[in-house]
Design a protein around this ligand. Structure first.
Ligand code: ISE
Length: 334
């Protein structure tokens, strides 16, 4: 698969390098970024061409498939252009920056009648979450009653904006808990309280978000964007017959000089490196026809957008909000 990459920031560059050097069955042939020198540097490093626009990448004859790692508010525009060109894409999360745009992208894919989008919810490929889902599915601890999530960033990489904390960050927990439990949300409430020391006036951080699923499982998310000390993601499931805590295989405990400790990453690339690599391999295998569709679909991205919109409403209105689950279009039934 000859892949074109739109967006050569941290994550776009990581995907490009992984596709060129680690994933089997793919090469990178074209790169675009608004910062032209960055695109040129990545392209030169990987033996690709740097092109003058996102559209040029999408239309280029040397591009069979596209990675979209542009800013969130351009996801819909770039996804719609790829759909129009009939090219498969790995679209970074979230599906779009608004629910209305998410709906437009899903409608366009449904109108085409074929699934071309894999959404970048990489945690579905993280060994920790995969093991957690397998343990839960084995039935050993019984039925899930509560899922507790913790998601902390050392600092808000895109500036602290409470809506973005939900739509760009907590969206990961919204998706992964829905995937773990295999059900949708029916209800959400959001609390904020005393702000952390780095929180500007008018913004709220940390947030405590609670969803209830259609069968009644409670899902809690502590979303703390300005935790200072490092990047940390945790998940525990409280079930009827036991507890599952996700181990974080990335850390080594070092005991020396009378103390015991672990290094923790500053950013998500350090924590989820293997998940990103596995996600890219699954995407390439899927579009080469070696496996079926992999990872999160447009429907999963749309349901995450519906759920995040309800959470933002709940925060702004200061009360719980009910969530209506729309009908799932037939192309997403498998
Ligand atoms: C960022 O965009 C990501 O996707 C990271 O995985 C997440 O942890 C971070 O909070 C987001 O800002």
């Amino acid at each position: 698969m000859r892949v074109g990459v739109i967006g050569a920031g941290n994550i776009g560059t990581a995907h490009a390098v992984s596709l060129a050097r680690e994933v089997s069955g793919s090469t990178v042939t074209a790169v675009f970024d608004v910062a032209g020198e960055r695109a040129q540097a990545v392209a030169a490093d990987l033996g690709a061409r740097s092109l003058p626009s996102a559209q040029a990448v999408i239309e280029d004859e040397s591009v069979d498939a596209v990675v979209i790692a542009s800013p969130d508010d351009l996801h819909a525009e770039h996804a719609l252009a790829c759909l129009a060109a009939g090219k498969p894409m790995m679209l970074e999360k979230p599906l779009a920056s608004t629910l209305e745009d998410a709906q437009r992208v899903m409608d366009a894919e449904v109108a085409r009648g074929e699934r071309l989008i894999m959404l970048g919810f990489m945690r579905r490929f993280d060994p920790g979450y995969v093991a957690l889902k397998a343990s839960l599915a084995s039935g050993d601890v019984g039925e899930a009653l509560v899922v507790h999530n913790i998601h902390r960033n050392a600092y808000a990489a895109y500036g602290l904006d409470t809506t973005l904390s939900i739509n760009n960050s907590a969206v990961h927990e919204v998706d992964i808990s829905r995937w773990l439990l295999d059900e949708d949300y029916a209800w959400v409430q959001v609390l904020s309280g005393k702000p952390g020391p780095d929180v500007p006036d008018g913004q709220q951080d940390p947030l405590l978000i609670t969803f209830r699923t259609t069968s009644g499982v409670m899902v809690t998310i502590e979303m703390f964007m300005t935790a200072r000390y490092g990047y940390e993601v945790r998940c525990s499931v409280v079930a009827g017959n036991g507890i599952l805590d996700m181990d974080d295989g990335t850390f080594v405990t070092r005991t020396s000089q009378g103390s015991r400790g672990q290094d923790i990453p500053e950013l998500w690339l350090g924590r989820f490196g293997e998940a990103y690599r596995a996600e890219m391999q699954a995407w390439i295998d899927g579009i080469r026809g070696l496996t079926g569709p992999a990872g999160a679909s447009t429907w999963d991205g749309f349901m995450a957008a519906v759920s995040c919109r309800a959470a933002v409403d709940a925060l702004n209105r200061g009360k719980a909000v009910e969530i209506d689950v729309p009908n799932r279009p037939a192309i997403y039934s498998t």
